[in-house]
Design a protein around this ligand. Structure first.
Ligand code: HEC
Length: 145
């Protein structure tokens, strides 16, 4: 009897630990600070650089590139059809956010699936990936119409 109560207790503690870990992302890691301006450059230049980074597995620590998951519009949900900022389930589940912009979505995928640090807010890489993602969003919305 004692053993089974102990077992139930342990199971409960383990599941609480798991659910806490699932929501443990510090929102400050991915929320764009008010004073942070993204790097400015001509749109076509940013999109081209963003596409190269999107296909580059060395920008994260997971061994994956963004394209590993997102090739052929893989993993994108309905929310990706709407212009930014918008609600994204992962952003809500991991960091409790109600909406994200394109740069914040890049940061979220850097931290969660790419398992690395967010990019510096002023970096060319972040502006490039955010520009590419907005281009991708338009293609996705067109494609699934
Ligand atoms: C291991 C797989 C994986 C990798 C690698 C990955 N993502 Fe994602 N990404 C996801 C999943 C899963 C979602 C769906 C999140 C949701 O809708 O809740 C998503 C959603 C997105 C969205 C759309 C969110 C929306 O609805 O607005 C964008 C944009 C995005 N990722 C960009 C990136 C970028 C940029 C990278 C590389 C830095 C990247 N992802 C790497 C799994 C991945």
């Amino acid at each position: 009897m004692r053993t089974s109560i102990w077992l139930i207790g342990t199971g409960l503690a383990a599941s609480l630990a798991v659910s806490a870990a699932a929501q443990s992302l510090e929102p400050g890691k991915v929320v764009q600070p008010e004073e942070a301006q993204l790097h400015q450059a001509p749109q076509s230049e940013l999109v081209a650089k963003g596409e190269a980074l999107f296909n580059d597995p060395s920008i994260g620590e997971s061994g994956l590139s963004c394209a590993t998951c997102h090739q052929d519009f893989g993993q994108y949900k309905e929310t990706f059809k709407k212009p930014y900022p918008h609600f994204v389930n992962m952003a809500n589940a991991k960091a409790g956010l109600d909406k994200v912009n394109a740069a914040e979505m890049v940061q979220l995928c850097m931290v969660v699936p790419m398992q690395t640090d967010p990019l510096p807010w002023q970096s060319e890489s972040l502006a490039a990936l955010a520009a590419y993602v907005q281009d991708e969003r338009k293609r996705f919305a067109e494609h699934s119409r």
